[in-house]
Design a protein around this ligand. Structure first.
Ligand SMILES: [Zn+2]
Length: 369
């Protein structure tokens, strides 16, 4: 046993055993167990301590009381406004960048093929589509983070360009703010049609009842945030019936004063069976790189409970458009599959604060501490 002993770099050639409470993800019950990671970065074995044969000469990390689970996916981030190098060490193994200038998006994106990245897998939306002068072009998105779309023809042209650039999805902003212009229903529909024609899903920034309705009328696939205007039951039911995925971003709303209404909406969405997934809006007010236990707590309080919140951050977020299991980011630990996992010093179902400082992250054949 080498509890707490720091190992960084490539996995030892003969592999590594991780010992603790093991949660393999999804509906699995946590067990007192062991995960054997082979030198090639795959999971050689996972199960109860007495059922998994651990070779005597294998280095062992962890101990009873430690916790091992799948790495987390952040479904809403802005890498240009954050410190992306802090993500992996903080337990995040995949992110979706929902708003960046084209050259940055190209640089961030993890290609669909090729070797595992040994950093978080990054899916990108590229710049946010908005009306001329619309959000976020007059605020944080002034320098290439937004592109203007004012006609169906322009929608077709701009989406075709982004698709050729290799984006994983399209983002459109419907944010009236203090008198900002918003894309018309016709333009939003044209953006969705152009995106869907190329197999690209569309995520909408829409925070008010009226504009969530506009996004739904146009056929968008996801909401980038839980809305901050109280949704009537009819709208909640529409979101559920349409199978819309909603990214949580609750903590940043609490940091800027809109938390209680967003949390009330989140509870209604969960009650109606809407799929809520973990996302922080990393780069926005009150966020920090790495898994944020406050966001997990907000998700838990919305009715998911702590296990449900973890599921929303692992297998739930791993299934979102753009990430969808790439390079083993499945939100699960499975024998034979790539080892993409986090070791914590305690059980996050008991004390979510252990996420502030993961002990070890194993990802793409490397050990990060
Ligand atoms: Zn955002």
């Amino acid at each position: 046993m080498l509890p707490g002993r720091a190992v960084a770099g490539p996995l030892p050639g003969r592999g590594l055993a991780l010992r603790g409470t093991v949660w393999t993800g999804g509906a699995a019950t946590p067990i007192d167990g062991v995960v054997v990671v082979a030198g090639d970065g795959t999971v050689a074995a996972v199960g109860p301590v007495d059922a998994v044969g651990v070779p005597a000469d294998l280095p062992v990390l962890g101990d009873r009381g430690w916790w091992i689970g799948p790495g987390v996916i952040d479904a809403h981030a802005h890498l240009a406004l954050a410190e992306p190098e802090q993500l992996l060490v903080g337990g995040v193994v995949g992110v979706r960048d929902l708003g960046a200038p084209r050259p940055l998006a190209r640089a961030y994106r993890t290609g669909p093929d090729g070797p595992p990245p040994a950093r978080p897998v990054v899916a990108v939306a590229g710049p946010v589509l908005t009306a001329p002068g619309g959000y976020p072009s007059r605020s944080w998105g002034a320098a290439g983070f937004a592109e203007f779309v004012d006609t169906p023809e322009r929608a077709e042209q701009i989406v075709a360009g982004l698709a050729a650039d290799g984006v994983d999805l399209i983002k459109i902003a419907l944010e009236p703010g203090p008198g900002w212009p918003v894309p018309s229903p016709r333009v939003v529909r044209a953006v969705v049609e152009a995106a869907h024609a190329r197999g690209l899903p569309v995520v909408a920034h829409a925070l008010t009842v009226d504009l969530v309705g506009r996004a739904l009328d146009a056929g968008v696939d996801e909401l980038a945030h839980v809305p901050v205007e109280r949704l009537p039951p009819s709208m909640v039911d529409r979101l559920a019936a349409a199978g819309i995925v909603v990214v949580s971003t609750l903590q940043t709303f609490f940091a800027c004063g809109e938390g209680p209404t967003a949390a009330a909406n989140a509870a209604e969405l969960v009650r109606a069976g809407v799929r809520l997934v973990y996302g922080t809006d990393l780069g926005n007010v009150g966020t920090r790189p790495g898994v944020d236990p406050r966001e997990l707590d907000r998700l838990a309080a919305s009715g998911l409970g702590r296990l449900g919140a973890l599921r929303a951050a692992t297998e739930g977020a791993a299934r979102v458009a753009g990430v969808a299991g790439r390079h083993g980011r499945t939100g699960r630990i499975e024998a034979g599959g790539p080892a993409v996992l986090v070791v914590l010093s305690g059980d996050p179902l008991v004390e979510p604060g252990v996420w502030w400082c993961p002990r070890v992250v194993v990802c793409d054949g490397r050990v990060v501490t």
